[in-house]
Design a protein around this ligand. Structure first.
Ligand SMILES: NC(=O)c1ccc[n+]([C@@H]2O[C@H](COP(=O)([O-])OP(=O)(O)OC[C@H]3O[C@@H](n4cnc5c(N)ncnc54)[C@H](OP(=O)(O)O)[C@@H]3O)[C@@H](O)[C@H]2O)c1
Length: 284
C-alpha cells in the first residue's frame, strides 16, 4: 500500500508514483502508464516538455480507474510563462490531457516571467481547474522572490534529489514554509555512481532488498515524494514494494553520509544552464 502525504492545501498526494520523462509519445508511453496503473500506481508525473500529455491522459481515461483515485502532475514549460500566455497554455494543456482537472500543476524552471506564470497557476487553482500548485527547480533565493510576489505558498518544490544530491541546504527552508520536497532523478537516472555504490550494495545485502528499493525507501523515510521512471514491469513492481520494511536510523545516516551536493541533471545555479533552459522551445 503506497503511503500518502498531506500537502499545505490539505490535498493528499501518494508519496510514490511513476515518472513519465523520456517516454516517447505513443505506444511506449501508453503501455508504461497502463502497466503502472494495473500494478497499483496512482500517481503519474508528466510535463508539457515531455511531449506525452495526450497519451498519459488517454491511458488514464482508458484505465477504467475512477479519476479521483489517480493523482496527475504536469508542468508548464518556460515558453508559456507570463500571466496571459500561461493561462492560454493551461487551457491547451487541459485539452491535451482531457481528464477533467489537474491534481498538481508546477512551473518547470525558474526562468523568465515565472512570477507571472505562477499568478496564472493561482488563478486556475481559484477556478478549480487545478487542485494544487507548485514549482520545480527553485533555489532558495528564487523561491524567496516568488513567495514575496505571490499569495499561495507552493505545495511542493520538485528538485533533483538522490543520495549524491540530498538538497541539505534547501530542505530546512522548505520545511519552515510547509513546502514538500519532490525528488526527481530519485535513482540518479540509473547512474553507475549509485548502482555500484558500496554502501548501498551492502545495505541491499543486509535487508535482502534491491539497491533501488533501499534508495527509494530512504526517500520515503526522509519524507520526500518521488516517482522513479521505469518501462520494465519487474522494476515498476519492485519500486512500489518499499512500504513493508524500514531502514534503521544508523543506515539512514550511512546514506545521508553519501551526500556530495552533486548535480547529475544540471546545476540549477549555473548561468549556462539558465540560458539553455530559457531558450529551449517545444511544439506541444
Ligand atoms: N522537474 C524536473 O525538472 C524533472 C527533471 C527530470 C526528471 N523529472 C521527473 O523525475 C522522474 C524520474 O527521473 P528519471 O526518470 O530521469 O530518473 P530515475 O527515476 O532516477 O531513473 C530512471 C532509470 O532507473 C532505471 N530503473 C528504475 N527502476 C529500476 C530498478 N528497480 N532496477 C534497476 N533500474 C531501475 C530505469 O531503467 P528501466 O526503465 O530499465 O527500469 C531508468 O534507466 C522523471 O520521469 C520525471 O517525471 C523531473
Amino acid at each position: 500500500m503506497i503511503n500518502t502525504l498531506k500537502m499545505n492545501d490539505s490535498y493528499e498526494i501518494p508519496q510514490l508514483g511513476i515518472g513519465a520523462y523520456l517516454l516517447p509519445d505513443g505506444e511506449e508511453c501508453y503501455n508504461t502508464v497502463r502497466t503502472a496503473l494495473d500494478l497499483g500506481y496512482r500517481h503519474i508525473d508528466t510535463a508539457e516538455a515531455y511531449l506525452n500529455e495526450r497519451t498519459v491522459g488517454r491511458a488514464i481515461r482508458e484505465s477504467g480507474i475512477e479519476r479521483e483515485e489517480i493523482f496527475l502532475t504536469t508542468k508548464l514549460w518556460v515558453q508559456d510563462y507570463g500571466y496571459e500566455q500561461a493561462l492560454k497554455a493551461i487551457d491547451l494543456m487541459m485539452q491535451r490531457l482531457d481528464i477533467g482537472y489537474i491534481d498538481l500543476l508546477l512551473l518547470h524552471r525558474p526562468v523568465g516571467d515565472n512570477i507571472g506564470a505562477y499568478k496564472a497557476l493561482e488563478e486556475v487553482q481559484r477556478q478549480g481547474l487545478v487542485h494544487s500548485i507548485g514549482i520545480c527547480n527553485h533555489t532558495r533565493p528564487q523561491l524567496e522572490a516568488l513567495l514575496d510576489a505571490t499569495d499561495v505558498v507552493p505545495a511542493v518544490n520538485q528538485m533533483e534529489c538522490h543520495p549524491l544530491q540530498q538538497q541539505v541546504e534547501l530542505r530546512p527552508f522548505l520545511e519552515k514554509k510547509g513546502i514538500l520536497l519532490e525528488s526527481w532523478f530519485p535513482l540518479a537516472h540509473g547512474s553507475k555512481r549509485i548502482r555500484f555504490n558500496e554502501t548501498l550494495l551492502a545495505l541491499a545485502e543486509k535487508y535482502g532488498r534491491t539497491l533501488q528499493q533501499i534508495v527509494l525507501r530512504w526517500h520515503m523515510q526522509e519524507g520526500f515524494i518521488t516517482f522513479p521512471k521505469s518501462t520494465n514491469p519487474d522494476h515498476m513492481k519492485a519500486n512500489m514494494e518499499v512500504f513493508d520494511f524500514a531502514l534503521e536510523e544508523e543506515d539512514m545516516d550511512k546514506i545521508r553520509a553519501l551526500n556530495a551536493n552533486r548535480y547529475l541533471g544540471g546545476d540549477p545555479e549555473s548561468e549556462e544552464n539558465f540560458k539553455k533552459w530559457s531558450e529551449t522551445r517545444f511544439e506541444f
